[in-house]
Ligand binder design. Structure first.
Ligand code: PNS
Length: 168
């Protein structure tokens, strides 16, 4: 059984993430999509909410499970018999950041492989950050996030804006 891990912040999951999930799931027996902690990012959704949004988005993909973890990626991989980490690459900037993370993970756990999937050109401009920016300005989110979570993302952003205004 070959198990792959697709880790990320997923705040929230986008159409780009979903495409990587579908393509990676087709290459492995099992794919675990795991919400992990990125110390450089501030979240719109709590980790457990991101898990729920992911679960809704991957319904029907039978070999995909969704999880959440707060520790080191390599520790999670060891504990769940993961042989390969999968990441998506959109840009040269992504490549540089992902290469650094892959090198760190290789140093910590040499037997854990990392594979990269190139984003489809039509999805290469999509990120969670851009989806949130579009939500902030009330743009239709259908081109950015899975349909099943569009309303939730739009509503949460409006809540966040209301809170920002209250707090000045
Ligand atoms: O979607 P992101 O924000 O690019 O995902 C980054 C993430 C969460 C995969 C990365 O920060 C991570 O692996 N966090 C877990 C902690 C860890 O193992 N850090 C060392 C590798 S950089």
């Amino acid at each position: 059984m070959r198990t792959a891990l697709y880790p990320g912040s997923f705040d929230p999951v986008t159409l780009g993430h979903l495409d990587v999930i579908r393509r990676a799931a087709a290459q492995f027996d099992r794919l675990i999509v795991c919400v992990m902690f990125n110390s450089e990012k501030h979240g719109l959704f709590r980790p457990e909410e991101r898990v729920e949004l992911l679960k809704k988005s991957v319904q029907g993909l039978d070999n995909v499970t969704v999880d959440c973890a707060s520790g080191l990626l390599v520790d999670y991989a060891r504990a769940h018999q993961v042989s390969c980490v999968v990441k998506g690459i959109r840009t040269v900037a992504d490549f540089e950041a992902e290469k650094q993370m892959a090198d760190i993970n290789r140093g910590l756990c040499p037997e854990l492989e990392t594979m990269f999937l190139m984003a489809k050109p039509e999805l290469g401009h999509i990120s969670s950050t851009i989806a949130k920016e579009m939500a902030r300005y009330g743009v239709d989110l259908r081109a950015y996030v899975p349909q099943v979570i569009e309303e939730t993302v739009a509503a949460r952003m409006q809540q966040a804006i209301t809170l920002e205004k209250k707090e000045g």
